[in-house]
Write a protein that binds this ligand. Structure first.
Ligand code: ADP
Ligand code: 5GP
Length: 190
């Protein structure tokens, strides 16, 4: 099996990226390791520094931009930066694993451009924007204002879905998980 490949998972926030990644990350046949991004947003309950994200101040994040430490970064929401650290990708590749990234849609397109055929870019599509709103409300991790910001971005993001290698609709979770697992399996074994 070829390791050192990148799997990009992008979707509007609330579609189910983290849920799907958590369902497949431990599958030994995929040899995946999660690329921990840097962010300037505050940790949610239960999130740990170095596990879910590296939580940085805006100044620390800007220092890393200056030091050219990011493979890509985005101001995903006004004043809220997220970025993929080059050091994460190198560390995971050196471990003989495939990198799985949870990045926003623009980040996904940028990573795919950088890594070309070494990367598989999967867009997770919500069944509808209304279902997306319901999932964000049910997750209850963001304020109503935050949720509206995320919904506001969703339609723009969905309009870029065709730029991804594959699109998977996350309606029934198990079906979406199986589809993503098999796309990754085929990609890393081809
Ligand atoms: P993302 O990482 O894309 O922001 P999450 O994985 O946090 O999204 O999922 C958002 C919410 O929707 C969570 O509460 C999750 O449990 C729920 N969820 C995910 N997939 C489904 C699904 N297929 N059907 C119903 N709820 C789902
Ligand atoms: P959340 O705040 O819900 O964890 O993430 C918000 C959005 O930022 C999600 O769409 C997530 O995929 C995206 N994101 C997380 N890490 C990165 C990253 O390193 N780069 C980019 N471009 N987006 C990211």
């Amino acid at each position: 099996m070829d390791t050192g490949k990148l799997i990009i998972i992008s979707a509007p926030s609330g579609t189910g990226k983290s849920t799907i990644i958590n369902a497949i990350i431990g599958d030994p046949s995929l040899k995946l390791e999660f690329s921990v991004s840097a962010t300037t947003r505050s940790p949610r309950e239960g999130e740990e520094n170095g596990v879910n994200y590296y939580f940085l101040t805006v100044d620390e994040f800007k220092d890393k931009i200056q030091a050219n430490a990011f493979a890509e970064y985005e101001e995903v929401y006004a004043g809220c930066y997220y970025g993929t650290l080059k050091s994460e990708i190198e560390r995971i590749n050196n471990n003989g694993k495939n990198v799985i990234l949870d990045v926003d849609v623009m980040g996904g397109i940028n990573v795919k451009k950088l890594y070309g055929s070494h990367a598989l870019a999967i867009f997770i599509h919500p069944p509808s924007v209304e279902v997306l709103r319901k999932r964000l409300l049910a997750r209850a991790t963001d304020s109503i204002e935050e949720i509206e910001k995320r919904i506001g971005k969703a339609e723009f993001e969905i309009s870029h879905a065709q730029q991804f290698d594959r699109i998977v609709v996350n309606d029934k979770l198990e079906t979406a998980v199986d589809e993503v697992r098999s796309l990754i399996f085929d990609f890393i074994n081809k």
